[in-house]
Design a binder for this molecule. Structure first.
Ligand code: NAG
Ligand code: NAG
Length: 304
């Protein structure tokens, strides 16, 4: 299955560029371990650590106005030669307006530092919008910042099931596909196969709806990862630093080798985060997903 999955994934990608490596990025939070907002020097220290540990100069955020993120992260990125995938949280009119304001204020001053903009992170999955409703918000941001690449991020199965088709057909610049073998309860032995299979199904669907590889948006794995020791297990998926290392090196890096651009979730542990409780009452620790500890030490090698 592993081989079938990677061979199919290779076919889903543009054959001419399959020998190139994908880009590596990290999801990065806006808060310090104690829950206070980060400022420019904190982002600079984050960037120094990420570059030294992984060689990557790319991070991803979710809401540009949260903790004044755009205001502080963009000058830090300029100083350190990083780029940022900025986010808009469209789910409420208030959060949309605040994030749009942050982007229109800071992006024009730091165009070179902005890799792109995602409008929504799994907001289709949560049922906040239909694809047409979200498309309207994506186009609103694109109109405000026409020179930026703009798109959205959602779960692989939502995309495979056609719930983002109007967005794909409209020709947005970016589609980020989130895929967590962990949240599918995969064993660590089968995690890479599940991960590749998810990506293949979502990328394949996008390329079909777009009418081919060349007319498809720029594709990314928007999030993947595995919790380290201290995290909560989920079905057959066991949290643990050895498992996270295995998934990073055999799954995430393998996708990079197959020319998939990917963001690892996430750069650093976020100990301030509360337990998350699902609809089914299942509660999960979300503070141990970092590739590195909250005090910026690597848990394992992050070089792909
Ligand atoms: C929509 O978004 C808000 C804020 O992110 C969230 O609390 C809510 O549960 C979401 N779902 C629906 C169906 O509105
Ligand atoms: C491993 O993952 C693949 C791809 O999702 C799936 O088809 C297969 O049944 C899985 N194998 C096991 C042993 O769980």
């Amino acid at each position: 299955m592993y081989l079938t999955a990677i061979v199919s994934l290779a076919i889903a990608l543009a054959p001419a560029v399959v020998s190139a490596k994908g880009k590596v990025g990290f999801a990065l939070g806006t808060k310090m371990p104690n829950g206070e907002c980060k400022f420019q020097p904190d982002y600079e220290a984050d960037f120094d650590t990420i570059l030294a540990a992984s060689g990557s100069k790319l991070v991803r955020g979710y809401a540009a106005s949260d903790c004044d993120a755009a205001k502080w992260i963009l000058p830090a990125a300029k100083k350190k030669g990083f780029q940022v995938m900025l986010g808009v949280w469209p789910d409420t009119p208030e959060s949309f307006a605040l994030d749009k304001k942050a982007l229109t204020t800071y992006v024009p001053q730091y165009k070179e530092q902005v890799y792109g903009i995602t409008v929504g992170s799994e907001s289709l999955y949560r049922g906040n919008f239909t694809d047409l409703e979200l498309l309207d918000k994506i186009q609103d941001i694109k109109q405000a910042l026409p020179y930026a690449k703009v798109g959205t991020a959602d779960s692989w199965n939502v995309i495979r099931d056609g719930k983002a088709d109007a967005i794909i057909r409209a020709g947005v610049d970016l589609m980020l596909v989130n895929a967590f073998a962990f949240w599918q309860g995969a064993t660590i032995e089968n995690a890479t196969a599940v991960y590749f299979d998810d990506l293949m199904q979502a990328f394949g669907h996008i390329q079909t709806v777009a009418g081919g590889v060349d007319s498809a948006p720029e594709l990314w794995n928007g999030e993947t990862g595995w919790p380290t020791t201290g995290g909560t297990n989920f079905k057959a998926a066991e949290a643990g630093t050895e498992n996270a290392k295995h998934f990073y090196q055999k799954g995430f890096c393998a996708a990079i080798d197959w020319n998939v651009n990917s963001f690892y979730f996430e750069a650093f542990d976020e100990p301030w985060k509360p337990l998350s409780v699902g609809d089914d009452g299942f509660s999960a620790d979300e503070t141990h997903w970092g590739a590195m500890t909250a005090d910026r030490n690597s848990k394992f090698s992050l070089k792909c």
